[in-house]
Design a protein around this ligand. Structure first.
Ligand code: PDD
Length: 284
Protein backbone atom coordinates (compact mmCIF):
# COMPACT_ATOMS: atom_id res chain seq x y z
CA UNK A 1 0.00 0.00 0.00
CA UNK A 2 1.14 3.55 -0.74
CA UNK A 3 0.41 6.15 1.92
CA UNK A 4 -0.50 9.83 1.86
CA UNK A 5 -1.07 12.36 4.62
CA UNK A 6 -4.48 13.96 4.92
CA UNK A 7 -4.90 16.42 7.78
CA UNK A 8 -2.17 14.93 9.89
CA UNK A 9 -3.14 11.28 9.40
CA UNK A 10 -1.38 8.67 7.32
CA UNK A 11 -3.95 6.98 5.08
CA UNK A 12 -4.12 4.84 1.94
CA UNK A 13 -3.12 7.08 -1.00
CA UNK A 14 -6.17 5.96 -2.99
CA UNK A 15 -8.45 7.18 -0.20
CA UNK A 16 -6.95 10.67 0.07
CA UNK A 17 -9.76 12.91 -1.25
CA UNK A 18 -10.54 16.60 -0.85
CA UNK A 19 -13.91 18.35 -0.81
CA UNK A 20 -14.99 20.23 -3.96
CA UNK A 21 -15.29 23.37 -1.81
CA UNK A 22 -11.73 23.12 -0.58
CA UNK A 23 -10.38 26.64 -1.13
CA UNK A 24 -7.20 25.25 -2.65
CA UNK A 25 -9.27 23.53 -5.31
CA UNK A 26 -11.51 26.54 -5.99
CA UNK A 27 -9.14 29.50 -5.55
CA UNK A 28 -5.63 28.09 -5.35
CA UNK A 29 -5.85 29.47 -1.81
CA UNK A 30 -2.87 27.71 -0.28
CA UNK A 31 0.86 27.09 -0.42
CA UNK A 32 3.12 24.10 -1.10
CA UNK A 33 6.60 22.63 -0.92
CA UNK A 34 8.55 20.06 -2.91
CA UNK A 35 11.29 18.31 -0.95
CA UNK A 36 13.95 16.04 -2.47
CA UNK A 37 14.60 12.58 -1.05
CA UNK A 38 17.92 10.83 -1.59
CA UNK A 39 18.71 7.47 -0.01
CA UNK A 40 15.39 7.68 1.87
CA UNK A 41 16.45 10.97 3.53
CA UNK A 42 14.93 14.40 2.97
CA UNK A 43 17.45 17.03 1.82
CA UNK A 44 17.28 20.51 3.44
CA UNK A 45 14.08 19.53 5.26
CA UNK A 46 14.42 22.31 7.82
CA UNK A 47 14.75 25.01 5.17
CA UNK A 48 11.70 23.67 3.30
CA UNK A 49 9.55 23.52 6.42
CA UNK A 50 10.64 27.02 7.48
CA UNK A 51 9.63 28.33 4.05
CA UNK A 52 6.34 26.41 4.24
CA UNK A 53 5.48 28.09 7.55
CA UNK A 54 6.56 31.48 6.19
CA UNK A 55 4.48 31.10 3.01
CA UNK A 56 1.46 30.00 5.08
CA UNK A 57 1.79 32.90 7.50
CA UNK A 58 2.14 35.39 4.66
CA UNK A 59 -1.36 34.48 3.44
CA UNK A 60 -2.84 34.28 6.93
CA UNK A 61 -2.95 30.49 7.32
CA UNK A 62 -1.91 29.29 10.75
CA UNK A 63 -0.66 25.73 10.52
CA UNK A 64 -2.17 23.47 13.16
CA UNK A 65 1.19 21.61 13.44
CA UNK A 66 4.64 22.58 14.66
CA UNK A 67 7.68 22.23 12.41
CA UNK A 68 8.75 19.22 14.53
CA UNK A 69 5.36 17.55 14.02
CA UNK A 70 5.47 18.21 10.28
CA UNK A 71 8.98 16.84 10.06
CA UNK A 72 8.01 13.66 11.96
CA UNK A 73 4.93 13.18 9.77
CA UNK A 74 6.93 13.48 6.57
CA UNK A 75 9.65 11.15 7.83
CA UNK A 76 7.03 8.55 8.63
CA UNK A 77 5.48 9.00 5.17
CA UNK A 78 8.84 8.55 3.41
CA UNK A 79 9.63 5.51 5.57
CA UNK A 80 6.25 3.81 5.12
CA UNK A 81 6.37 4.38 1.35
CA UNK A 82 9.94 3.03 1.28
CA UNK A 83 10.92 5.96 -0.91
CA UNK A 84 14.59 5.83 -1.89
CA UNK A 85 14.98 8.57 -4.54
CA UNK A 86 12.12 10.96 -5.20
CA UNK A 87 10.15 13.83 -3.80
CA UNK A 88 7.71 14.68 -1.07
CA UNK A 89 4.95 17.04 -2.20
CA UNK A 90 3.08 18.83 0.58
CA UNK A 91 0.48 21.56 0.54
CA UNK A 92 -1.83 23.36 2.88
CA UNK A 93 -5.01 25.18 1.88
CA UNK A 94 -7.21 27.52 3.91
CA UNK A 95 -9.65 24.65 4.21
CA UNK A 96 -13.21 23.83 3.20
CA UNK A 97 -15.85 26.61 3.30
CA UNK A 98 -18.81 27.88 1.23
CA UNK A 99 -17.40 29.68 -1.80
CA UNK A 100 -16.66 33.34 -1.07
CA UNK A 101 -13.50 35.21 -2.05
CA UNK A 102 -12.81 36.70 1.37
CA UNK A 103 -11.57 34.43 4.16
CA UNK A 104 -14.27 32.24 5.76
CA UNK A 105 -16.10 34.10 8.52
CA UNK A 106 -16.15 30.99 10.66
CA UNK A 107 -12.82 29.50 11.69
CA UNK A 108 -11.94 26.55 9.40
CA UNK A 109 -9.16 24.02 9.83
CA UNK A 110 -6.46 24.35 7.14
CA UNK A 111 -6.28 21.22 4.97
CA UNK A 112 -2.84 19.63 4.90
CA UNK A 113 -1.94 16.97 2.35
CA UNK A 114 1.33 15.25 1.46
CA UNK A 115 2.41 12.35 -0.70
CA UNK A 116 5.59 10.94 -2.17
CA UNK A 117 6.68 10.24 -5.71
CA UNK A 118 9.63 8.29 -7.03
CA UNK A 119 11.81 10.50 -9.18
CA UNK A 120 15.34 9.67 -10.29
CA UNK A 121 18.03 12.34 -10.43
CA UNK A 122 17.99 13.96 -13.90
CA UNK A 123 21.38 12.45 -14.81
CA UNK A 124 21.22 13.13 -18.55
CA UNK A 125 20.24 16.79 -18.20
CA UNK A 126 22.77 17.36 -15.42
CA UNK A 127 25.51 16.08 -17.71
CA UNK A 128 24.51 17.57 -21.06
CA UNK A 129 22.57 20.67 -20.03
CA UNK A 130 19.16 21.84 -21.22
CA UNK A 131 17.60 24.27 -23.67
CA UNK A 132 15.38 27.17 -22.60
CA UNK A 133 13.08 29.77 -24.09
CA UNK A 134 12.54 33.38 -23.05
CA UNK A 135 9.11 34.71 -22.17
CA UNK A 136 7.62 37.71 -20.39
CA UNK A 137 7.01 37.18 -16.67
CA UNK A 138 3.23 37.68 -16.33
CA UNK A 139 2.98 36.46 -12.71
CA UNK A 140 1.84 38.48 -9.71
CA UNK A 141 4.02 40.61 -7.43
CA UNK A 142 4.36 38.13 -4.54
CA UNK A 143 6.43 35.43 -6.21
CA UNK A 144 8.25 35.02 -2.87
CA UNK A 145 5.17 33.12 -1.62
CA UNK A 146 5.16 29.49 -2.79
CA UNK A 147 1.52 29.81 -3.79
CA UNK A 148 -0.64 27.12 -5.38
CA UNK A 149 -1.62 29.69 -8.02
CA UNK A 150 0.75 28.60 -10.75
CA UNK A 151 -1.01 29.63 -13.98
CA UNK A 152 1.69 32.12 -14.99
CA UNK A 153 4.32 29.42 -14.53
CA UNK A 154 2.24 26.72 -16.20
CA UNK A 155 1.64 28.81 -19.33
CA UNK A 156 5.34 29.66 -19.54
CA UNK A 157 6.43 26.03 -19.04
CA UNK A 158 3.96 24.90 -21.72
CA UNK A 159 5.47 27.35 -24.21
CA UNK A 160 8.88 25.84 -23.42
CA UNK A 161 7.57 22.29 -23.79
CA UNK A 162 6.03 23.11 -27.18
CA UNK A 163 9.47 24.26 -28.36
CA UNK A 164 11.12 21.10 -27.03
CA UNK A 165 12.77 23.06 -24.21
CA UNK A 166 13.19 22.20 -20.53
CA UNK A 167 12.48 25.60 -19.03
CA UNK A 168 11.15 29.09 -19.72
CA UNK A 169 13.33 31.94 -18.46
CA UNK A 170 11.06 34.79 -17.34
CA UNK A 171 11.76 38.50 -17.69
CA UNK A 172 9.93 41.67 -16.68
CA UNK A 173 10.80 44.01 -19.53
CA UNK A 174 14.61 43.91 -19.77
CA UNK A 175 15.10 42.32 -16.34
CA UNK A 176 15.47 38.56 -15.94
CA UNK A 177 13.65 37.26 -12.85
CA UNK A 178 13.76 33.45 -12.67
CA UNK A 179 12.60 30.31 -14.44
CA UNK A 180 8.99 29.11 -14.40
CA UNK A 181 9.94 26.64 -11.64
CA UNK A 182 13.65 27.32 -11.14
CA UNK A 183 16.11 30.05 -10.20
CA UNK A 184 18.42 31.31 -12.94
CA UNK A 185 22.13 32.12 -12.68
CA UNK A 186 24.61 33.57 -15.16
CA UNK A 187 28.40 33.46 -14.96
CA UNK A 188 30.44 36.36 -16.33
CA UNK A 189 34.23 36.59 -15.93
CA UNK A 190 34.16 34.12 -13.03
CA UNK A 191 31.37 35.93 -11.15
CA UNK A 192 28.09 34.14 -10.41
CA UNK A 193 25.13 36.50 -10.84
CA UNK A 194 21.54 35.78 -9.79
CA UNK A 195 18.43 37.82 -9.02
CA UNK A 196 18.19 39.03 -5.43
CA UNK A 197 15.60 37.21 -3.29
CA UNK A 198 12.82 39.80 -3.22
CA UNK A 199 9.09 39.73 -4.06
CA UNK A 200 9.73 39.03 -7.75
CA UNK A 201 11.21 35.55 -7.30
CA UNK A 202 10.95 32.51 -5.09
CA UNK A 203 13.82 32.32 -2.60
CA UNK A 204 14.94 28.89 -3.76
CA UNK A 205 16.37 26.49 -1.20
CA UNK A 206 18.70 25.14 -3.89
CA UNK A 207 19.70 28.71 -4.78
CA UNK A 208 20.62 29.33 -1.15
CA UNK A 209 22.75 26.16 -1.02
CA UNK A 210 24.52 27.29 -4.22
CA UNK A 211 25.21 30.71 -2.66
CA UNK A 212 26.53 29.05 0.50
CA UNK A 213 28.94 26.81 -1.41
CA UNK A 214 30.09 29.82 -3.43
CA UNK A 215 30.82 31.71 -0.20
CA UNK A 216 32.63 28.73 1.32
CA UNK A 217 34.80 28.33 -1.78
CA UNK A 218 35.56 32.00 -2.45
CA UNK A 219 33.57 32.04 -5.67
CA UNK A 220 32.42 35.64 -6.20
CA UNK A 221 28.66 36.21 -6.26
CA UNK A 222 26.50 39.19 -7.15
CA UNK A 223 22.87 38.89 -6.06
CA UNK A 224 21.25 41.54 -8.22
CA UNK A 225 18.93 42.08 -11.13
CA UNK A 226 20.55 41.27 -14.48
CA UNK A 227 19.26 42.07 -17.95
CA UNK A 228 18.43 40.13 -21.08
CA UNK A 229 21.58 41.62 -22.66
CA UNK A 230 23.71 40.26 -19.80
CA UNK A 231 22.03 36.89 -20.18
CA UNK A 232 22.82 36.87 -23.90
CA UNK A 233 26.45 37.79 -23.21
CA UNK A 234 26.96 35.32 -20.32
CA UNK A 235 29.87 32.85 -20.33
CA UNK A 236 27.70 30.24 -18.61
CA UNK A 237 24.06 29.96 -17.58
CA UNK A 238 22.55 27.46 -15.18
CA UNK A 239 19.38 26.88 -13.19
CA UNK A 240 18.71 25.54 -9.74
CA UNK A 241 15.75 23.75 -8.19
CA UNK A 242 14.86 20.95 -5.82
CA UNK A 243 14.20 18.49 -8.62
CA UNK A 244 16.68 19.91 -11.16
CA UNK A 245 19.60 20.48 -8.72
CA UNK A 246 22.30 22.56 -10.48
CA UNK A 247 21.57 22.16 -14.17
CA UNK A 248 23.56 23.69 -17.04
CA UNK A 249 21.65 25.73 -19.62
CA UNK A 250 23.20 25.38 -23.06
CA UNK A 251 20.69 27.36 -25.12
CA UNK A 252 18.51 30.43 -24.48
CA UNK A 253 15.82 31.39 -26.97
CA UNK A 254 17.45 29.47 -29.82
CA UNK A 255 20.91 30.97 -29.16
CA UNK A 256 23.79 28.90 -27.79
CA UNK A 257 25.30 29.81 -24.43
CA UNK A 258 29.07 30.11 -24.99
CA UNK A 259 30.01 27.21 -27.24
CA UNK A 260 26.88 25.26 -26.36
CA UNK A 261 28.26 22.90 -23.72
CA UNK A 262 28.10 23.05 -19.89
CA UNK A 263 30.65 25.52 -18.52
CA UNK A 264 33.49 24.81 -16.05
CA UNK A 265 32.16 26.85 -13.13
CA UNK A 266 28.73 25.25 -13.50
CA UNK A 267 30.36 21.80 -13.38
CA UNK A 268 32.31 22.79 -10.28
CA UNK A 269 29.16 24.03 -8.57
CA UNK A 270 27.41 20.78 -9.49
CA UNK A 271 30.19 18.85 -7.72
CA UNK A 272 30.04 21.10 -4.67
CA UNK A 273 26.25 20.79 -4.57
CA UNK A 274 26.46 17.00 -4.79
CA UNK A 275 28.84 17.06 -1.81
CA UNK A 276 26.20 18.99 0.17
CA UNK A 277 23.58 16.35 -0.66
CA UNK A 278 25.99 13.60 0.39
CA UNK A 279 26.73 15.32 3.72
CA UNK A 280 23.04 15.15 4.61
CA UNK A 281 21.80 12.07 2.80
CA UNK A 282 24.80 9.80 2.30
CA UNK A 283 26.68 8.88 -0.83
CA UNK A 284 24.87 9.03 -4.16
N1 PDD B 1 9.74 24.72 -7.91
N2 PDD B 1 11.39 29.45 -8.61
C1 PDD B 1 10.15 28.95 -8.76
C2 PDD B 1 9.11 29.80 -9.39
C3 PDD B 1 9.86 27.64 -8.31
O1 PDD B 1 8.62 27.14 -8.44
C4 PDD B 1 10.90 26.87 -7.74
C5 PDD B 1 10.65 25.47 -7.22
C6 PDD B 1 12.18 27.44 -7.62
C7 PDD B 1 13.32 26.69 -7.01
O2 PDD B 1 13.16 26.58 -5.61
P1 PDD B 1 13.78 25.37 -4.78
O3 PDD B 1 15.25 25.37 -5.05
O4 PDD B 1 13.46 25.69 -3.39
O5 PDD B 1 13.11 24.11 -5.30
C8 PDD B 1 12.38 28.74 -8.05
C9 PDD B 1 9.31 23.46 -7.36
C10 PDD B 1 10.36 22.42 -7.31
C11 PDD B 1 8.04 22.99 -8.07
O6 PDD B 1 7.19 23.82 -8.28
O7 PDD B 1 7.92 21.82 -8.39
Amino acid sequence: MTYAILNGTLIDRSEAMVDIEDRGYQFGDGVYEVIRVYNGKMFTIKEHLDRFVKSSESIGITLPYSIEQLSEMLEELVGKNKLHTGIVYMQVTRGVAPRNHSFPAKEVVPALTAYTKELPRPAENLKNGVKTILTEDIRWLRCDIKSLNLLGSILAKQQAAEKGCFEAILHRGQDVTEGSSTNIFIVKNGVVITHQSDNLILKGITKDVVLQVCAANNIPVEERTFTLDELAAADEVFLSSTTGEVMPIIEVGGKKVGNGVPGPLTSRLQDLFTQEIEKQCGSL
